[in-house]
Design a protein around this ligand. Sequence first.
Ligand code: ADP
Length: 491
Amino acid sequence: LYSLRNAAYSTLVKMPLSFFASRRVGELNSRISSDLSQIGDTFTLNLAEFLRQLIIIIGGIVALFLTSMKLALVMLAVIPVVAVLAVIFGRYIRRLSKQVQDAIAESNTIVEETLQGITNVKAFANEFFEIVRYGRVTSGIRDLAVKGGKARGAFFSFIIFCLFGAIILLIWVAVRLEKSGEISHCTMIQFMLYTIFVGASIGGIAEQYSQIQKAVGATERLMEILDATPEAVYEKDKGAMNRFHGEVDFKDVKFSYPSRVEVEVLKGLNFKVASGQSVALVGQSGAGKSTIVSLILRFYDPVSGQILIDGKPSASYPLTAMRDQMAIVPQDVLLFGGTIYENISYAKPGASRDLVREAAQKANALEFIDSFPEGFDTVVGERGIKLSGGQRQRIAIARAVLKDPAILILDEATSSLDSESERLVQAALDELMKGRTTFIIAHRLSTIRNADLILVLEEGVVKEQGTHAELISGNGLYATLSKLQFSNSLS
Ligand code: ADP
């Protein structure tokens, strides 16, 4: 069970992003918790019991044959009937049990999502809506359980009926044989005792069998996860490659998401970034900026065309080694529930306190961290809620500093920080960008004036490219957007 749990988890975390696009966290969680508990019970109790009963049955039947061949054959006549029934019943229970686990997974998804977004549930006063939604799923589970219970009841009744029928038949035959002198009184008693042993075990094994079938059904989905093909990520690849220079070259890259193949998100992208340059990706929401970043990180592979890093296709590098040289400062920084130290050192697990402190300093985060009574040991709360937006961002920057990547990705925060936080964040970012190829997903044009290259995207193609000065002098999209944002910021 321990191995299975770990195997399931390690396969899960190594799965490509496309896998997660079609599944929900609550469901996957349920597979690892609920499905595995089913196997747990089966392994610890039912399997051992099943084997015990099986040994008694086999031993008992051998003893029966040794005692009286004729009587044993009468007794065995009942077995094929029971066996056929057991197979049919087993299939039914498996199917039902799979449905139950699916429904449990669905109910877990509701719990997970509503608890994660509890502020939304409350703000919309939707507590009762969620209670009804949950109740609908759980009543499905109850119905399935009742159905399973009825089937089990019918199955056992039938087995017991067959069994006692057979025993009565046997007693009748045995008594007749004894009367006619074919077997001794002693053999008859002996035979009956064995029959009772075997009969009791057949009754018991039916119960174990139904439990095992239930577990097999419950774990079908889990097995799908265990059989899935994860990404080629290997710990040994970390740091196994020379540092990238950081040239990135998109050659006629076309892409659509596996979950929506008919929509082409990138329609033949071409651009080239020299080592150490900063590139700003500009364009309206949905233009494909985040998608480009996902392709650079190889969360997905292009449908056609190539992405070259330092002149070689990015697919030719070991995945872990390549991602190890990249870092992302996301728009909405999600911290783990531990301490500030743990959160920063996530970029380099086991990094020394001094290194983490240095990284925090470069990220302009040291001052506020030191102002907390517990300093680096301050617990940030679930998802970092105990820190302000600007503080969270500087923690994320410190992470990136610690990782020291050759290629850096900045997803600029949309919600503007107060001007002091913004100044500190921007100064930290400027420092971080030095000597690295940087991609900036820009939401505000004011912050990208100094970029070496601005790519203006529209519906998956590069509409314009150049520096701020070049683009502003034209009459294109950038010039228009720039004027718009300028007038907005004045109003
Ligand atoms: P931007 O970052 O410029 O706002 P995105 O790269 O996020 O744009 O999205 C580009 C397009 O791809 C959008 O039309 C969006 O709906 C679609 N898209 C984004 N992520 C996915 C996904 N995981 N599956 C399917 N379509 C997606």
